[in-house]
Design a protein around this ligand. Sequence first.
Ligand SMILES: [Zn+2]
Length: 118
Amino acid sequence: MDTEKQEYFRGVLQEEMRALLEEAGKTVTEMTADNTNFPDPNDRATQESDRSFELRIRDRERRLISKIREALERIEAGTFGICEMCDEEISEARLKARPVTTLCIDCKIEQEKREKLR
Ligand SMILES: [Zn+2]
């Protein structure tokens, strides 16, 4: 992959990271702001389930953030866009749709087939 394309994907990944961190920051603020008194126990139950929902979202965000971080490291290392399994280049269309991917479409399909068999 040439430098220009690498820079393009670096930009995309950094922007996605920034958006995620901003969203995560907002979640934390909202959760802290929720720490008021609940006179009604039903309200409290709703608040609790909202919170576990928030935490699940944050868990997904965290995983995505670490994937983005790994993708940025691969750009630094010059291995970005190369399939982990077969060492072939991953198509640009696929990278554009999913820049954090580490598998080409063939290997991805192969992996999903195997996961279904399990
Ligand atoms: Zn592959």
